[in-house]
Design a protein around this ligand. Sequence first.
Ligand code: S3P
Length: 440
Amino acid sequence: MTHQSSQDEVTFITGPGGRLSGPVRVPGDKSISHRSIMLGALAEGTTEISGFLEGEDSMATLQAFRELGVAIEGPDQGNVRVHGVGMHGLKKPSAELYLGNSGTSMRLMTGLLAGQKFDTVLTGDVSLSGRPMKRVTGPLSEMGAIIQTTELGTAPLRISGNGELQGFHYQMPVASAQVKSCLLLAGLYASGETCVTEPAPTRDHTERMLAGFGYPVEQKDATVCLKSGGRLQATRVDVPADISSAAFFLVGASIAEGSDLILEHVGVNPTRTGVLDILKLMGAKIELLNSREVGGEPVADIRVQYSPLKGIVIPEHLVPLAIDEFPVLFIAAACAEGETILTGAEELRVKESDRIQVMANGLVTLGIKARPTPDGMIITGGELGQGTVVSHGDHRIAMAFAIASLRAKGAITIQDCANVDTSFPGFLETAQHSGLTIRS
Ligand code: S3P
């Protein structure tokens, strides 16, 4: 089988300068969209989702659950109806499940599928097939799961349905919401109690959404626990706009003189707002308006106005809370006065690309002093020039360099941008509409 779409060549060409204005609503939260399909599928009754991200990653999850026998209507303008099959209603798929570029689909589904009575095989694109999966298959095998990886600990993952899972208490060595969520989903099928302790707070959408579907979850300090044997009750899920997609415009408006922008209905879960804290420390002018809670998740409109930025030492405790936002935060650092130092972020090397090396290469091409370190980067703010950069098929790298054009002296050409559709369908139009000079 060939799997197309994002593999097709797409190049962005940007023009220099501009300022951002107007209200902007970016697409739905990717993390919440994935989880809404997974929990909706396991629930009793019909789950109605609005604001669902129609990007390739969350669509990979949606399609995989169809192949697991779940009837799903939509998406139709962000509306999806999932006809839940209950905790034990998933069916063996007729073929391998292809999950494209989506690490969240693969890591979370591995936990869930390890608890089923049938075998499955999970595959992905070149990037996903190179990403570390031992971080989930290791602890899952301690629970009794039987999963085969390549010798390198990567996908394809062959999950055997013969595993009888036992609950356990896992101390996570890395701060990873994907690992935590994977083990909690396995815990739904494990005997007794499953607990996960994290070394630093990570996004807690799984815990919140389980509670929203009526499943008891206990949280005490850094440990979250659940017991098997419960049931999920279908509910409504209103997916807020993704703060990780909003981040491009938060930085864009901060660096482009004359900008004044409102990002509407953005999820501001405190486990995701590191980007706001880091930008504020750099001197950004950001205000949260109309703060409210929607379906168990905090939401706000965010106003951001141009403000000169200064370099900072990024506090390490903010790293997991802004883990997906560093590509565009490096652009903010390149536009700031003085030096910005990031440490404690070695996880960036195993994302959709090696985000430390790929961003450093692009920044250097554009004339910025950027020195990669094993666990971060040291960037000295300066003048962004012009040139051709390569995103290495990483959606967030492509969008970060598009934002850099607002302060560039000349045209920036960005190669390998097709994967922008994994998380931000319509990025080009939204960017043009709000003030960027960009075309493909
Ligand atoms: C995600 C968790 C993060 C993040 C990813 C989405 C999730 O990964 O980078 O984009 O939805 O749980 P890690 O848990 O590996 O840090």
